[in-house]
Design a protein around this ligand. Structure first.
Ligand code: ADP
Length: 535
């Protein structure tokens, strides 16, 4: 979903006659409000050398950040939390300026951020505490076993444009809490909120272990080329490139990618709640949410009633540009590229026989696109098969639960899903059959606001979990195994050189007896066939 424009054909003709001028990467990026088209800021497109220098600088400060421990880091993270709370109105202004989100949506990012900081700042100490696993066999009891969590020195975070403040916070905070330094490359479409986060970090006087670099794909690629762990959120196509680059460098990565989340509405559901929840799940942030509802399957007996309720709810949504007052529900799309994807999905569906019950076109202002409900759609259509990332809800009638599950699972993606039913146990039974990283019963997005749960996609929706519980900070750490003797040590162990048959027999026999099949399978006669210097 990047904004690459193709070269005009006139330019191609000219270049046929003259030697091609070297393609210049712009050094400044203009940030626009997509609702008005106004330029609201400019940021530098930072070079690979600048990124490398920034990573080197972060490396210098990281050891001290690691050394102050989770308790020391908690102090700074909670100061940042205060800063977010104190600056909420201003942060919402910046967010609105670069996204044209409604005020209510813009207020979500700072509060979400403050909430998530509280979770990781307070719990990181527990999550990073050494583990002392039980030895696997009585023989291993002669050692104290310890697993230590030591951070990757520099974590690279690359984020998309749909939640310009919350997206960075989701990854930067757990990585900082783990003791890593962090280099963040926000989307070139919405870099201003991320720069505010960096300003906040500097304003509270925190150690310089968090830096933001701005630019497009090349700057992101430089982050991938220099950091020790990569956390990426964005399109599946870019995720694939990043994974390949990480494999080349042998650095670990975690990816949260596209989605095409299904909602299943069963005949026993509370249809009013389902119609409100799915309208919200499909239209929140104009559908530009990785876990937004992108297709709906409804059991035949309630199909007509549900579709009527859903259409009424979607039709009632207020669309427009807010100031500081909360007036509208749905804002603009991030850029023209997004509009063209949504428009294509709707037009292709209509051409193949789908009906638009509400919406279906641009409003005429900026990048606004009307909230849209589509029926008479099927899996051959792009609006059902491809990620739309826009305000469309294609709805399909299904015969029963089994058909709903089969169709919900018929996707290359597997980020999240929802099941709407009057029987919560039935909902859970269905959830366990869906191929998705998260399933919400009678709700949307609830998993996202439950930081103790893993947030990750299956299939082409991602690799690894983005955050959640202890794993959310441990993923930014290398595990170190330490063994420490408990008993007084001998001059040499039974296994050490030079090999001696009685000592080997004792060791091997003990391993079989303790860890394998007991005395029955020690099989001393077989072991005694060992030949050698029997000193
Ligand atoms: P979208 O444009 O829909 O957000 P992308 O996946 O293209 O989706 O972009 C997500 C983030 O990845 C952005 O910050 C973008 O600048 C960055 N990015 C794009 N291409 C690359 C790349 N080759 N390497 C690293 N980061 C990239």
């Amino acid at each position: 979903m990047t904004n690459t424009e193709s070269a005009p054909s006139a330019a191609k003709k000219t270049s046929a006659r003259k030697p091609a001028a070297a393609k210049k990467t712009p050094t400044v990026i203009e940030v626009r409000n997509p609702g008005t088209g106004q330029i609201v800021g400019t940021v530098p497109a930072q070079s690979a050398d600048e990124v490398a220098a920034k990573v080197r600088e972060l490396r210098l400060y990281q050891p001290e950040w690691e050394a102050i421990g989770a308790e020391g880091r908690k102090e700074w993270l909670l100061k940042l939390q205060d800063w977010l709370i104190d600056n909420t109105e201003h942060l919402a202004d910046v967010l609105q300026s670069e996204t044209s989100k409604p005020r209510a949506d813009a207020l979500i990012d700072p509060s979400f951020g403050a909430d998530l900081i509280g979770y990781y700042a307070r719990r990181a100490g527990k999550f990073l505490a050494d583990d002392h696993p039980s030895p696997h066999s009585p023989l291993a009891r002669v050692k104290k076993l310890t697993t230590v969590y030591r951070p990757y020195p520099v974590v690279g975070v690359i984020t998309p444009w749909n939640f310009p403040l919350a997206m960075p916070v989701m990854d930067v905070i757990p990585a900082l809490a783990a003791g890593a330094a962090v280099i963040l490359k926000p989307s070139e479409v919405t870099p201003l909120s991320a720069l505010e986060l960096a300003r906040g970090w500097a304003e509270i006087g925190a150690p310089p272990v968090f830096a933001v670099v701005t630019g497009a794909g090349e700057t992101g690629a430089a982050v991938v080329g220099n950091a020790d762990y990569i956390q990426f959120t964005g399109s599946t196509a870019t995720g694939r490139k990043i994974a390949a680059a990480c494999v080349e460098r042998m650095v670990p990565y975690s990816l949260e990618l596209g989605g095409k989340d299904p909602a299943i509405v069963l005949a026993d559901a509370d249809l009013d709640r389902a119609a409100h929840g799915i309208a919200f799940g499909g239209m929140f942030n104009a559908g530009q949410v990785c876990i937004s509802v992108e297709r709906v399957y409804v059991e035949a007996p309630v199909y007509d009633e549900f579709v009527a309720k859903l259409t009424a709810n979607v039709k009632a949504l207020r669309q427009g540009i807010d100031g500081r007052e909360v007036k509208h529900d749905v804002g603009a799309l991030a850029n023209e590229n997004q509009v063209s994807i949504v428009q294509r999905h709707v037009e292709e569906a209509v051409a193949a026989g789908a009906k638009v019950l509400t919406g279906g076109k641009r409003t005429g202002q900026g990048t606004f696109f009307e909230p849209t409900v589509l029926v008479d759609v099927d899996h051959s259509m792009s609006c059902v098969a491809e990620e739309t990332f826009g305000p469309t809800l294609p709805v399909m009638k299904v015969a029963d639960e089994a058909e709903a599950i089969r169709l919900a699972n018929d996707s290359i993606y597997g980020l999240s899903a929802s099941v709407w039913t009057g029987d919560k146990d039935r909902g859970e039974r269905i959830a366990r059959q869906l191929n998705a990283g998260a399933v919400n019963i009678n709700d949307v997005f609830a998993n996202l606001f439950s930081y103790a749960l893993p947030m990750g996609g299956w299939g082409l929706s991602g690799v690894g979990a983005r955050w959640g519980g202890a794993h959310g900070v441990r993923k930014y750490c290398r595990q170190q195994a330490i063994t420490k003797p408990i008993l007084p040590t001998q001059q040499r162990e039974l296994f050490w050189h030079p090999y001696q048959i009685p000592r080997l027999l004792t060791a091997l026999g003990a391993m079989r007896a303790a860890g394998a099949r007991g005395l029955r399978r020690v099989d001393l006669p077989a072991l005694l066939k060992l030949k050698g210097d029997n000193k």
